[in-house]
Design a protein around this ligand. Structure first.
Ligand SMILES: [Zn+2]
Length: 268
């Protein structure tokens, strides 16, 4: 479904900073606003039937309306400039109802980890099974997680973070050595808007959810961020650095664009 107002979500990229955008937002709609003075507020409204919840947010930096659907949790938000008319913003959202329903319908279902179910781990689906002892262990196609069903999500999340850290630090170190650069701090977060980022001071940040993706994908994000230690931009020179580290980087990059959303659909 093509919408005339569809524009690419601007990645959070600025000078001195890079972010590998996850495209957290399906699309972003914009329209010109009328400038009417109203107090700042955040509220939730419903449009259509069955109702779609829309979170209204005011932003001093917003110059237009923007309507977005979070790929991570399906939240719909409508940002409007501080002084814009709420009524006009709402009617703008109502005109997008059909698109909104289609976008929400396309989201893969949210899944919660349960014993007997599966989760992606390093690109393959592993079956979650109760385990003995205290440590989570991978055994063949099974991930053995000790504890109770209620403790399962937290226990699993802890395991994934530890695994992700080990793999991301290893990969980043290898690539940094290849480029003759020094790594500063490596931080892991559960970020919704980016898979990784790099600052000029050499601090790298990654999403620990990358451990659920195929190993090449995790390595690509590490190579991408480490390449920013040499080129803090997305110029042809930058991509040449990435290619030097990972000649077939296009395949994992494409995988992330096409499948990255799925990694956010697992709720821990
Ligand atoms: Zn980048």
């Amino acid at each position: 479904m093509v919408n005339p107002w569809q524009v690419a979500f601007p990645g959070p990229i600025s000078a001195g900073k890079c972010a590998t955008s996850t495209r957290p937002t399906t699309w972003l709609f914009t329209a010109k606003t009328r400038w009417i003075r109203l107090g700042a507020m955040i509220k939730t409204v419903q449009i259509g039937s069955p109702p779609i919840e829309v979170h209204l947010r005011r932003s001093t930096r917003a110059r237009r309306y923007s309507l977005k659907v979070s790929n991570a949790d399906g939240t719909v938000s409508l940002t409007l400039p501080n002084r814009a008319s709420e009524r006009a913003a709402l009617s703008f959202a109502k005109r997008q109802e059909e698109w909104l329903r289609a976008a929400l319908g396309k989201l893969p279902p949210l899944t919660a980890p349960v014993y007997g179910g599966t989760i992606p781990f390093e690109g393959r689906d592993v079956v979650l099974q109760p385990g003995a002892g205290r440590l989570v262990r991978l055994e063949g196609q099974s991930l053995l997680v000790p504890g109770t069903p209620t403790a399962l999500p937290a226990k699993l999340r802890g395991f994934l973070k530890v695994q992700a850290r080990a793999k991301l630090v290893d990969a980043s170190q290898i690539y940094a050595d290849l480029l003759g650069r020094k790594l500063a701090r490596v931080t892991l977060r559960d970020t919704r808007s980016r898979w990784g980022s790099c600052t000029e001071a050499g601090n790298l940040m990654f999403s620990w959810r990358l451990i659920m993706a195929p190993p090449e994908v995790l390595k690509y994000v590490a190579a991408h961020e480490v390449a920013h230690l040499v080129e803090m931009n997305h110029s042809a020179d930058f991509w040449q650095q990435v290619e030097g580290l990972m000649p077939d980087y296009q395949t994992p990059r494409r995988w992330l664009k096409q499948n990255g959303t799925q990694l956010h659909r697992v709720q821990f």
